[in-house]
Design a binder for this molecule. Structure first.
Ligand SMILES: Cc1cc2nc3c(=O)[nH]c(=O)nc-3n(C[C@H](O)[C@H](O)[C@H](O)COP(=O)(O)OP(=O)(O)OC[C@H]3O[C@@H](n4cnc5c(N)ncnc54)[C@H](O)[C@@H]3O)c2cc1C
Ligand code: SF4
Ligand code: SF4
Length: 1022
């Protein structure tokens, strides 16, 4: 096989055919060679981008062995990857990237019998949270609690020598890894563990390093940072300990520690043995309030002497951000000594934990006494309550998210965000660095690990313009400070492309040379993640930037209004320019796509929604991040495929984009849960509009989109509804329909009715004039689905409102037109990419509703996807002031009633429920935080005990679950948690507001779910 030298720039060509063939023939997993797939693996959470030669998603250990064999034969390097959440470009490289996160996530063995000696052996793709979820019932955990715990894999954490918030108590990865079984570059497996027990290749390599270190001791003494948070280079100090916290309990040498922090450059981890810790039974929090940031930093060195498990900083910017956010105001105020005072400059969250509560309370008293001694009496808010603590930690996390969601090309850039300095210098260091920022026309928000002198800070830089220059200047000045205070330049996030060049600065030439020798000894051909730690590029080499100065966006006229993203920002004040002035050739669409900073938060499996497609496939392409990256590459012309070249103005109309959008169910989970608010559901509308413009609409598109048009016609023709319903009873009809339209024969369709909401006389709707006479009044929006297929929901809502004393007007077009074109929110058109039709339908509805909204009257709807179109998409369709006012008044029935209840205007008398109630929130309901009002109302029903089903999307998602090519994916989404929970509670009433959700529940669990309107109305006592 011919050897090739991969091009380190991001324009590298893909895998040579003979290598591709060999891989395809010999591996069980997936080989991804197309430009879009490679592009999705070209970035991590850093500012860098390098296209891999190809991507392997291995299914077996043999697949990885083949990859190493091919590397040895061809010279193409191998780059192991976990969640790809590194901040310094560690996982970007012109290599064969191997993604362990999909299939290598098993616990291989464990010894949990003695909690104090407990260990576990895991595969490298195991995610930290998933491991800890398993350990919880044993009263144990793996205590390296990185912020990315829901995404970070154990292999990646070991690769980076990651550190958590509680490292002061538990140490970093290097302190908690007991052994690593790894492939060396030539494919041989070696066991790295206690040096005294080592054998074979591992022992030989250990001996080699020991020999080097023996000669280097004076250099190490002189140059090695003595702080615990030093993660740069290789851990030579295994043989000459330097860390504040010894790597092993007995000061012995463990060769696995040489591999920890090696960033995939020395060996490929096959399995890792970890030391576990007892889960503390109790935690208390003391929140120290400071009127001076300097004082806060200066106090950290004294506070740590009390033995806390965490000391975390939240600075004034974050306090203010939280104060200004209605969702967080109350919580942040609980942390302030004087909730109203605006003088707090910083707070330190000081956590103590242990098995007994009383000693921890004493610790809080000690903290209070200490602060008095330091001249700050009464500055501690004591939080012994677990729920309050949890809320405050959430606010700390959310503050960072708000900071990261700054719009415009200037972004908070991570490159000196984890320098670690000894605590006695923390105050001077942070003050001096703040001055450096100011000198360079920017500023940073400080947060995180005060306990170990590692404060995170990201100055705002525009990498497309002068960001590279400023980055170097700031890094150089920061480095001088780090040297002055004898700290570590790389204290948490590793070296990667960003800090590699600083290794020689930190350690001097002799140690740097030794690192290169170690690399050569382990990996003579340079096959494992080259360019990291040894022979790194310059941090500001723009050839490696994701947004180099040459980055360009294709001119596009989007269908929706994205101008809110088309802005620039002031790096000091963070003020943004007027909407539409950002200079985006795609009118803001590109800048909205570019909001994805690759932090990988969407790779999660917790109780929230994002991202259902990834949850079922674990494919990068089915992830919000994968989609955003694909859109970014497409809109900036970086995916070139000669057999699929779209017209210049439709860059998203390609098979590559179609492939990633295929399983996006437009649930809006990302809109709410992505830290930067990437709104893929809205982006999917743009893609669909472009794609359908290029390739045309299918029959199915038209059937779905025009449903609101033909529903009244079908309902009106005698006998036709019954005829249509035959499809649900005669399998042949369903099969023919599937063949003609692609609507799955496995699904029943909504049942047509000749008697529907609009033709059930008399309709006791209040006229606008009658409405004007009432104090309690409301406008009800009857959507197509509830009006024509489930009119009992609208009837129930009407009855509930009227019995509760409301005058109800139901929005209807002019008399005589209602049978032809009832009002419609346009949702079905948007789902088919027919934006102008959606706009015309929505415009008629909004113009009608605006009359009432202008009077301050609530517009109430039942179907979440329809109602929230008024709150969301309608605002981006150029519908003017009317859309704004309607959006402010549009509410789900439960939102309206819950607020009326709080205002003492709705006082229902509910009778007892005979059954408990389970609630499934529609995705859009969750996206707009409209589930809690439902629970609040249901709690008013005696004995109902409503429980929220912790589920992602139900998988039906409008027409998605009916589509023949998606039915299996749809069922898998429902089976993730929704259907199993419903089956488990066979006696419960299941409440679901979404018509599709109800359908999925009926199909999958054979249970009839009901709209909340029916539950509330049927429980009215009188
Ligand atoms: C918002 C945010 C917050 C963060 N917070 C923290 C934090 O609190 N503490 C912290 O330490 N870091 C933090 N990080 C950085 C990052 O999340 C961590 O370093 C994390 O542990 C990386 O895990 P991963 O699975 O994504 O690894 P990846 O990024 O995929 O890989 C990391 C390194 O490990 C190597 N590697 C992966 N698998 C193997 C293997 N099988 N064999 C050999 N090498 C391998 C890779 O080549 C790479 O060099 C944060 C990042 C972000 C975006
Ligand atoms: S889509 Fe959002 S959550 Fe996912 S990686 Fe991008 S910014 Fe992070
Ligand atoms: S809209 Fe839903 S399915 Fe689509 S990317 Fe966002 S979270 Fe994933």
């Amino acid at each position: 096989m011919t050897k090739i030298a991969p091009d380190p720039s991001f324009t590298v060509s893909s895998l040579p055919p003979e290598i591709s063939t060999k891989l395809q023939q010999h591996v069980e997993g997936e080989i991804l060679v197309d430009g879009a797939s490679r592009g999705r693996y070209a970035t991590d959470a850093s500012i860098y981008q390098q296209f891999p030669v190809a991507v392997l998603v291995p299914k077996s250990a043999e697949d990885i062995e083949v990859a190493l064999e091919v590397a040895n034969e061809s010279g193409i390097p191998v780059l192991p990857r976990g969640g790809g959440t590194s901040q310094c470009g560690q996982t970007t490289g012109a290599a064969l990237v191997v993604d362990n996160s999909k299939h290598f996530r098993k616990i291989l063995s464990s010894d949990l019998s003695d909690p104090d000696q407990a260990t576990v052996e895991v595969e490298p793709g195991m995610v930290l949270d998933h491991l800890n979820a398993h350990l919880k019932s044993h009263g144990l955990w793996y205590p390296v609690d990185v912020s990315t715990a829901a995404q970070a894999t154990i292999g990646g954490m070991a690769g980076n020598n990651s550190c958590g918030s509680r490292s002061i108590a538990y140490g970093n990865m290097v302190h908690n890894v007991l052994g690593i079984n790894a492939w060396l570059a030539d494919g041989e497996l070696a066991n790295f563990g206690p040096y005294s027990e080592s054998m074979g290749r591992a022992k030989a390599l250990g001996d080699y390093v020991k020999h080097l270190v023996d000669d280097l001791k004076p250099e190490i003494d002189a140059h090695w940072p003595k702080v615990m948070r030093r993660v740069a280079g290789y851990n030579l100090d295994v043989f000459h300990p330097q860390s504040e916290l010894p790597y092993t309990l007995d000061n012995s040498v463990n060769l696995a520690h040489l591999l920890v922090g090696s960033e995939g450059t020395l060996a490929y981890f096959k399995s890792l043995t970890l030391r576990l810790a007892r889960l503390p039974k109790h935690k208390v929090l003391g929140v120290v309030n400071f009127t001076s940031f300097y004082q806060a930093m200066d106090s950290a060195q004294h506070i740590v002497k009390l033995g806390p498990t965490a000391v975390e900083l939240v600075d004034r910017t974050m306090i203010d951000l939280s104060r200004n956010n209605p969702a967080f105001r109350k919580t942040i105020e609980t942390a302030l000594v004087d909730a109203q005072a605006k003088t707090v400059d910083a707070i330190l969250l000081v956590e103590f934990s242990g098995d007994e509560h009383a000693p921890l309370l004493q610790k809080l008293q000690d903290l209070d006494a200490l602060m008095s001694d330091l001249g700050l009496p009464g500055s501690v808010v004591m939080m012994p309550d677990a729920a309050m603590q949890k809320n405050l930690w959430e606010v700390r996390k959310a503050g960072l998210n708000i900071m990261m969601s700054l719009k415009g090309d200037g972004k908070p850039v991570s490159f000196i965000e984890d320098c670690a300095v000894p605590l006695e210098h923390l105050a001077d260091y942070t003050q001096a660095l703040t001055e450096v920022f100011s000198k360079h026309g920017t500023r940073g928000t400080w947060y995180a690990h005060a306990s170990v002198g590692t404060l995170h800070v990201r100055p705002i830089l525009d990498m497309r313009r002068d960001g590279g220059l400023k980055m170097r200047a700031i890094a150089e000045e920061a480095a001088e400070l780090v040297r002055k205070y004898k700290g570590a330049f790389s204290g948490e996030h590793g070296d990667g492309l960003c800090r590699g060049e600083w290794i020689s600065w930190q350690f001097g030439p002799k140690i740097t040379e030794a690192l290169a020798k170690i690399k050569t000894q382990f990996d003579p051909q340079g096959l494992l993640n080259p360019g990291k730690i040894v022979n790194p590029p310059k941090m500001d080499d723009s050839a490696y930037f994701r947004y180099p100065p040459s980055y360009q966006v294709i001119t596009v006229q989007p269908k929706l209004d994205w101008s809110a993203w088309n802005v620039q920002n002031n790096p000091v004040t963070e003020a943004v320019t007027a909407a539409g002035t950002g200079g985006d050739p795609a009118q803001g669409l590109a800048k909205a796509i570019e909001m994805c900073n690759n932090n990988g938060h969407c790779r999660k499996f917790d109780a929230d929604v994002m991202c259902p497609s990834y949850r079922i496939t674990r494919n990068e392409k089915d992830l919000t991040r994968g989609r955003a990256n694909t859109l970014r590459l497409a809109i900036s012309g970086q995916i070139t495929n000669t057999s699929d070249t779209p017209p210049a103005h439709l860059p998203l109309a390609t098979q590559a984009v179609k492939e990633v959008m295929d399983l996006c169910v437009s649930c809006k989970g990302c809109k709410r849960e992505c830290p930067t608010g990437v709104d893929m559901a809205k982006m999917k509308i743009e893609y669909l509009a472009q794609y359908k413009e290029r390739f045309g609409h299918t029959l199915r598109d038209r059937l779905v989109a025009h449903l609101p048009n033909y529903a009244p016609i079908i309902a009106r023709i005698p006998g036709l509804p019954a005829l249509m319903n035959l499809r649900n009873h005669i399998p042949l009809f369903a099969k023919i329909q599937e063949w003609l339209t692609g609507i799955s024969a496995q699904r029943s369709l909504p049942v047509w009715k000749s008697k529907h909401f609009w033709n059930q006389a008399p309709l006791p709707f209040a006229s606008p004039e009658e409405l004007a006479k009432h104090d309690k009044r409301v406008v009800l929006f009857a959507d197509t689905f509830n009006a024509y297929f489930e009119n009992e929901n609208l009837q129930a809502a009407l009855a509930l409102l009227q019995k509760s004393g409301y005058a109800v007007h139901v929005a209807q077009p002019q008399k005589g037109q209602e049978e032809q074109k009832p009002f419609c929110c346009g949702r079905t058109y948007l789902a088919s990419g027919m934006v102008s039709e959606a706009k015309s339908r929505l415009s008629a509805l909004i113009n009608h509703l605006a009359t009432y909204a202008n009077e301050g009257i609530a517009i109430v709807g039942l179907e979440p996807s329809c109602l929230f179109t008024l709150r969301d998409e309608a605002l981006t369709m150029d519908l003017g002031e009317a859309a704004q006012v309607v959006s402010k008044h549009a509410q789900l029935l439960e939102e309206f009633l819950a607020s009326e209840y709080k205002a003492n205007r709705f006082a229902p008398n509910f009778k007892e429920s005979a059954q408990p109630i389970l609630v499934h929130g529609h995705c859009h309901q969750k996206a707009f935080a409209a589930v809690s009002p439902a629970l609040e109302l249901l709690k008013l029903i005696p004995n109902a005990n409503p429980q929220l089903i912790e589920s992602s999307c139900c998988g039906m998602a409008g027409s998605f679950g009916y589509e023949v090519e998606h039915i299996e994916a749809s069922k898998q989404m429902a089976e993730l948690s929704l259907l199993p929970r419903i089956r488990k509670e066979s006696n419960a009433i299941v409440v679901a507001d979404g018509t599709s959700c109800r359908h999925q529940i009926a199909d999958g669990a054979s249970r009839e779910a009901v709209h909340i309107a029916k539950v509330l109305e049927s429980h009215l006592a009188s």
